[in-house]
Design a protein around this ligand. Structure first.
Ligand code: G3I
Length: 440
């Protein structure tokens, strides 16, 4: 290592703050603006850091997959509510709403349903029973249901699906009517993608909602999924939200993510922050935009990378749960004043992994964005007598409550856009509060 890089690296170390999210959290910022801020979640992950962030930052949860027909009734008449129940219970424990997702869709249906050969009457009965069963089970616990998901083609014609082909366009009105009967308090939505701006598809959705309202069919809101591409927030987003509001329905941004070509870098992350801020600001600008939900809050829990090879980094937190510039874009549009780490910073975050009655496993991740490190040292002070017994991927010493961990010989380098983690075992008793860590 050259003297210059050592000095440059050390200067960054001294400047680097520990990773922290905005204070107050997004859910409180949203409340102040009359907005519910949500995330899609995977039930099995709702522990540890993932659960902490999901509970602290968001006031609404949407099961990413757990309430889809294929999840809840994998074999006809045989139900599995485990994950859906778990998410609803977590939401109740954290004073959060649940958006039910989704009752009528062409995708993620059980094979017994899609492979069956049904008359129109049988299909209608199956759908009615499904809606009765699922909406009825969670009656009073779901703020809003995505009753019908993705009914349109890009040109605004109806998508050819099991439902449209078997039941005609009125499957939509019938599904809404059945859902209302099963839970009169739940808000009922139609949800689709590529309907964020004013275009043929969103105009078809607009015309459908208008005609449903004219007919007295229960419809309370439209969901704009908002699976967006970096730098491509539609310029007509606010105008489009406003025209639905003027029709007399609520609007929700239901599945926001903004994908980029990998690898991410500080320029792309700054653009992504601007994009998240623009979407949030459009919702803030229209009173009837009631909910803004991200489709997974961490890059480690996103559908994007498996669906669009080479694309990703689409959510507000990185894969190590450090808030990205995008997080602060949302916070700023909600009136938050917390400032993100300065551009070109490396940060350290501490999390508790598994914990048992006498010990626990901890993890510290050092992440860099717009900067890089050639060596690092992380320090913290324990507040409740915790004692490190063993560390890996770092050399740790503890003197009293003061802990200091430096890189091992092989992991001092943290590249721009990259991260390095180390772990340790420690003992605890009484309580195990998370300390504030300092990089440098
Ligand atoms: O659960 C199985 C697991 O057992 C198996 O090992 C694994 C192997 O592929 O697959 C797992 O299922 C996957 C499931 O997500 C749960 O992770 C499916 O393959 C995968 O196709 C499924 O993808 C979901 C996708 O909908 C399906 O279309 C995504 O997680 C989910 O985020 C996504 O969400 C949709 C919304 O519902 C509607 N709008 C678009 C949005 C993105 O596609």
């Amino acid at each position: 290592m050259s003297l210059t890089s050592l000095v440059a690296g050390f200067a960054l170390l001294l400047a680097a703050p520990a990773a922290h999210a905005a204070d107050p959290p997004l859910r409180d910022l949203g409340t102040a603006k009359g907005k519910v801020i949500g995330t899609a979640v995977t039930g099995s992950k709702l522990t540890g850091t993932y659960g902490d962030i999901a509970g602290a930052q968001f006031s609404s949860l949407t099961p990413g997959n757990a309430m889809k027909w294929g999840s809840v009734e994998p074999a006809q008449g045989s139900f599995n509510w485990t994950e859906a129940d778990q998410i609803v219970a977590f939401a109740q424990a954290h004073n959060q709403q649940v958006r039910g997702h989704t009752l009528v869709w062409h995708s993620q249906n059980p094979s017994w349903l899609t492979n069956g050969s049904w008359t129109s009457a049988q299909l209608g009965t199956l759908l009615q029973n499904h809606i009765n069963t699922e909406v009825g089970r969670y009656q009073g616990k779901i703020a809003a249901w995505d009753v019908v998901n993705e009914p349109f083609n890009e040109d605004g014609t109806y998508r050819s699906t099991l439902w449209y082909n078997g039941l005609g366009a009125d499957y939509i009105a019938n599904a809404l009517t059945w859902a209302r009967a099963a839970d009169p308090a739940a808000k009922l939505y139609i949800n689709d993608y590529n309907v964020e701006g004013v275009n043929a598809k969103s105009t078809a959705l607009y015309n459908l909602v208008k005609s449903l309202k004219d007919r007295g069919v229960p419809i309370d809101g439209v969901g704009l999924q908002a699976h967006l591409i970096l730098g491509q927030v539609p310029s007509t987003l606010q105008q489009n939200i406003q025209r639905f509001a003027d029709l007399g329905v609520d609007v929700a941004i239901t599945e926001l993510d903004i994908r980029m070509t990998l690898p991410s870098d500080s320029t792309k992350l700054a653009q992504q922050k601007a994009d998240y801020k623009a979407v949030t600001a459009a919702c803030v600008a229209v009173a009837r935009c009631v909910n803004l939900t991200v489709w997974g809050f961490t890059d480690s829990d996103s559908w994007v990378e498996s669906t669009f090879p080479g694309q990703g980094a689409a959510t507000p937190y990185d894969a190590n749960y450090a808030p990205k510039p995008a997080y602060y874009g949302i916070a700023e549009a909600l009136g938050g004043t917390s400032t993100p780490p300065p551009t070109g910073a490396c940060t350290a975050s501490y999390s508790v992994g598994s914990q048992w009655n006498t010990g626990f496993t901890g993890n510290v991740t050092i992440s860099c964005s717009g900067a890089s490190l050639s060596s690092w040292k992380v320090t913290w002070t324990y507040g409740a007598g915790q004692q490190i017994t063993q560390a890996w991927n770092a050399t740790c010493t503890q003197s009293g409550a003061a802990v200091s961990c430096a890189n091992a010989s092989y992991n001092g380098t943290v590249p721009d856009g990259g991260s390095v983690s180390f772990g340790f075992n420690a003992s605890w008793s009484g309580s195990n509060p998370v300390p504030t860590v300092t990089l440098g």
